[in-house]
Design a binder for this molecule. Sequence first.
Ligand SMILES: Cc1ncc(COP(=O)(O)O)c(C=O)c1O
Length: 374
Amino acid sequence: MSTTSDGTRAVRAGLPAPRQYEPTLPGPVFAAHFHLSGEPVGPYTYGRDTNPTWTLLEQAIGELEAPGERVETTVFASGMAAVSAVLLSGARAGDIVVLPDDGYQALPLVREQLEAYGVRVRTAPTSGDAQLRALDGAKLLWLETPCNPGLDVCDVRRLVAAAHGAGTLVAVDNTLATPLGQRPLELGADFSVASDTKAMTGHGDILLGHVTCKDPELSAGVRRWRKVVGAIPGPMEAWLAHRSLSTLHLRVDRQCGTALALAEFLSRRTDVTGLRYPGLPTDPSHPTALRQMRRFGSVVSFVLADKDTAERFLAGLRLVDDATSFGSVRSTAERRARWGGDAVPEGFIRLSVGAEDPDDLLADVENALAEAAR
Ligand SMILES: Cc1ncc(COP(=O)(O)O)c(C=O)c1O
């Protein structure tokens, strides 16, 4: 599959070899245990350890994360299960971990857990290379690029080179980009991690996550952690996720195209400030994004005058649901400050572009901006 292009790869990823009278994508295998006599060796023994539906999905994700390479993927019950598997499975008292201070808002909860275990946590913003000054003695550097919700981007290759020089492992949370937008392992990272609740599955109806590694030892640690904490996906979710991957390129291409059109439209508005989209040529992250990303994601962030204006804007949208999360085929937007935890102004909007017709979506946003101004 290494010579095929993104769309073809997504459509065929993880499919078993054709077998007469078998479906192209076998259905979900619901099993807590498998027939097993004699020595308890795999591939399928007990449902918390392995499941044939996960195996196919893990193969599919691996083919997208690192086409043509030997990698190991472990799927989890949610993005946070995948994030915690990398951050907590290898953590030992006295270790140093570097986290972004502008990443996903549940990271501070993991930080508290790490510190409770005696791990020292340093933080650095995503942009500006401040991570370089935090690497001394660190065991793991955690990057989230583009970061959620600020959409800053860091130079993964440069940070990996410095981190590996200092003996530090690097994990990249690739949720926003998906492997069609950015391939962290190709950029040198040791772990590519994602919440597949977002664009990977793309319909706003599944929670899922994954970790992909080249190094079998690192992968074994992650897989062991899944067994220990039991953060396993249900077979139905895993199967739906695999089915959804076959349209990943269609969804992501459409969403990225419309997101850029929306960002261009918003850049001409005087009632919008703080506009961010890494694909916009004028965005501060664009030069770095261009070097390492192939698609720039579905999320556009911007700031309206104040909380009330932002709430009127959200209420005025007809095609965009006021809801959290991102990456769905149905557009969503929210006033991010309502959660607390993100360092954003009260009028900060995170809008995730769906697969609607671009003209309809832009007209809806324009209309809601007019209603917000009343
Ligand atoms: C960048 C990022 N990483 C991880 C997560 C956690 O994923 P989940 O909600 O699937 O646990 C999220 C959720 O929004 C996220 O945005």
